[in-house]
Design a binder for this molecule. Sequence first.
Ligand SMILES: [Zn+2]
Length: 290
Amino acid sequence: MKRWKPKIIKWGVVLLPLFTVVFVLKIFLPMISKQVRTSQFGNDKSICETTHFYTLTKKIPESPKDVAISCENFYSAFVEEHKSQIAFKELENKIEVFFFGNRKEFDEYYKKQYMRSIPHNAAFYSPLQQRIVLYWNNNTRETLYHELTHMILDIAVNFHEPQFSVWFNEGLAMYFEKYTVQNGALIVGDLDKDAVLFVRQAYKNRLFVPLTALCQSQSADFRSSQNSIYYYESYLFIYFLKHVKGNDIFLRYFKEEGKSGPCSPYALSNILQKPNVEIEKEFLAYFKIN
Ligand SMILES: [Zn+2]
């Protein structure tokens, strides 16, 4: 027994400082890293922290608390509405929301972070940083709800992973950005008539993206100067699935998207038991596009 004593003391000498270092790092590292991360937002910022969000705003007409409350309300209403269909996880980290006052600062931030620009997009969600970045614009509420939808679905069902089609991800975000929150419940938005008009015009100008091509579209299509047609069509296809084909079909397709490996561009065709061109014809007729 005696022999063990010096060994215990020896290990104690090594492990005790190690545990102390790990303990100190565990406490202070998140604080330091949060400061480093949020310093990317620059100076003159106002900050608010709520249960799930950490909002930083700069010269916008709303306080960071107003923004955080909007985020919390949308988040809890979304979870409440969909919890019977989606297994939501508790958020491990607070979601950061960087809200710039104008396009210029948003652009500068994006360029600094990603070494390129996104001149045709007004906001983005980074799954890696779990951060929403946007700037104050005419459709601020919609833009915020759009990115929150990306964030919620990403954390709930890993929407950033490649098996989920880009059109489906963007179409859902476009669909849910039209929602409003009233007394803690999500209220469905009306059909966006501008989207219908836009797609009608695009069809006339031979810019309509066929369903099979839309299902195969990539994120670059949604960043390009021609991105509006991709966004509007994706939105209208989600609307068509939910309101015309019904929620059961929509949920079957949702499940199909979630299976491992990229989703087949013919998945919808398999579910509806008709070729994509037929589905497309129905879609065009429903919105009186052709
Ligand atoms: Zn989006």
